[in-house]
Ligand binder design. Structure first.
Ligand SMILES: Cc1cc2nc3c(=O)[nH]c(=O)nc-3n(C[C@H](O)[C@H](O)[C@H](O)COP(=O)(O)OP(=O)(O)OC[C@H]3O[C@@H](n4cnc5c(N)ncnc54)[C@H](O)[C@@H]3O)c2cc1C
Length: 437
């Protein structure tokens, strides 16, 4: 693994390995796939979607093989901020219902509403030690009409969940220690986790339940055989009656219909050195995770060791010193109480987006499914999607659809569109800086 870089070399401030990946204990080691295997279910990718699905299948006593390019939690899960945010991304329940209809849209809304409780329940049930903090998720907003807008959104959610509350200006300030927000949605079912320890914990439970997990086994090809699919990896192959692709940004390399269906988004996260008790008492004292609803996203949470984790978009060739200065300015602007922070680790990961910004499970044929990208907010969502896909596979005739299977949808104007998420994310910060001049 590479080491954290400090010292300000241009472009050298950002690590490809996350804080969690750098500090986690080694994952239990599993050999690569070397032989020809047969199984009932095969899954590509040991992220949250693949592990959640595989664990359900193994616990039901079914044969399951997972092939992972690297080790569990090596993908977006391990790069993430670990925020459990059982919320929609840049859309509202009403818009989801309008575009997908009451049945399909309602199914997704119920599932997303349930996803935080499901994830923390899974962690509890399996006794996974992953610094789980089920203390809630706060999504504040600015502007004179924020209270009205957020109240309307919470009302739209009401047929599907009742665990959301709206905070007014004083309420947000008291709960978060931030300034400038005029309202917030408090989602009691959210919170935070250490995503790599979660991945390792789920992988251990999967193997204990009889699932077979192969590390360092990138799937390179998929071939249809009579009544099965053969999944070829770098060193072997698996023949499975049913394959589910849970490789996130890796899915599109495995089936031609998945090409150009998802868009990459580069996201930077950073963890500070330990902070004082005074800072901890002043900022999110009750331990919620916070991501605001502004284009110029502000996101913070506490993690183990009295460290703060925050999101900050880093331009190419920025020095570590410049990032630290900018982060301190941002925190000074956003927090009522602020002490200078030192960056302990800054990293970049790639999240993948569906053009609809909604979760999507695609059927490629009756024996091949793909859990598609999860829009930068897939930890809780893809855990529950894994559970639903397992239910569907275990009892296809009696499954009462919570999720409707979709068809692959190519992103229009992909050549340009693939740059958009990152450009918009970084552009929002630049715009905000410019507009405040
Ligand atoms: C920097 C960053 C911050 C984020 N923060 C949050 C957050 O705070 N909260 C939140 O909810 N979401 C967050 N997200 C998004 C979230 O991490 C993802 O939505 C979620 O992890 C997706 O889970 P997954 O299982 O679908 O994919 P992944 O976690 O990406 O898992 C896919 C797995 O497949 C493996 N793989 C890929 N190709 C192959 C292949 N050919 N063969 C075998 N294996 C393969 C990969 O190695 C990986 O382990 C963040 C994402 C990033 C990048």
């Amino acid at each position: 693994m590479s080491r954290t870089h400090r010292g300000g070399a241009p472009g050298g401030a950002v690590d490809a390995v996350s804080f969690w990946q750098k500090h986690a204990d080694e994952a239990a080691s599993h050999p690569p796939l070397r032989d020809r295997e047969d199984t009932e279910f095969a899954i590509v990718g040991a992220g949250i979607a693949g592990l959640s699905l595989a664990l359900q299948l193994a616990e039901a006593g079914r044969e399951v093989v997972v092939v992972e390019e690297s080790v569990p939690g090596a993908g977006a899960l391990g790069a993430s901020a670990g925020i459990v945010a059982p919320q929609l991304v840049r859309t509202t329940p009403q818009r989801v219902l309008a575009s997908l209809g009451r049945d399909v849209g309602g199914g997704w809304l119920r599932l997303i509403g349930e996803s935080g409780g499901h994830l923390f329940g899974l962690i509890r049930e399996h006794g996974i030690e992953c610094d789980a903090r089920p203390h809630g998720f706060v999504a504040p907003a600015r502007g004179v009409d924020a209270l009205r807008r957020l109240t309307a959104v919470v009302e739209e959610w009401r047929p599907f969940r009742r665990d959301l509350t709206v905070l007014d200006t004083a309420g947000v300030a008291a709960l978060t220690g931030t300034v400038g927000y005029t309202a917030a949605v408090l989602d009691a079912s959210g919170g935070g986790i250490d995503p790599v320890r979660l991945a390792h914990g789920l992988a251990d439970r999967l193997v204990a339940a009889g699932g077979r997990l192969f590390h360092q086994s990138p799937a390179t090809a998929l071939t249809r055989e009579q009544d099965a699919w053969r999944l070829t990896t770098a060193g072997g192959s698996v023949r499975a009656a049913q394959v589910t692709l849970c490789a996130n940004g890796g899915n599109h390399r495995l089936h031609p219909l998945l090409r150009e269906t998802v868009l990459p988004m580069r996201i930077h996260e950073l963890v500070t050195r330990p902070l004082s008790a005074a800072m901890r008492a002043a900022v999110l004292p009750q331990g919620q995770a916070l991501t605001d609803l502004e284009h110029d996203i502000f996101s913070i949470r506490w993690i183990a060791g009295a460290r703060m984790l925050t999101y900050y978009p880093v331009a190419a060739h920025t020095t570590a010193a410049a990032v630290e200065a900018a982060v301190n300015k941002r925190l000074r602007d956003m927090l009522r109480y602020h002490e200078p922070v030192e960056i302990a680790h800054l990293w970049q990961g790639v999240a993948w987006m569906n053009s609809s910004l909604l979760p999507r499970v695609v059927r490629l044929d009756e024996r091949l499914l793909a859990v598609q990208a999860c829009n930068g907010r897939g930890i809780a969502t893809n855990a529950i999607v894994g559970r639903e896909v397992a239910r569907m596979l275990l009892a296809p005739m009696s499954y009462h659809p919570q999720i409707a299977l979709d068809v692959p949808r190519r992103v229009r104007g992909f050549a340009l569109a693939r740059h958009l998420p990152t450009v918009l994310l970084h552009g929002a910060r630049a715009m905000a800086r410019w507009s405040r001049r």
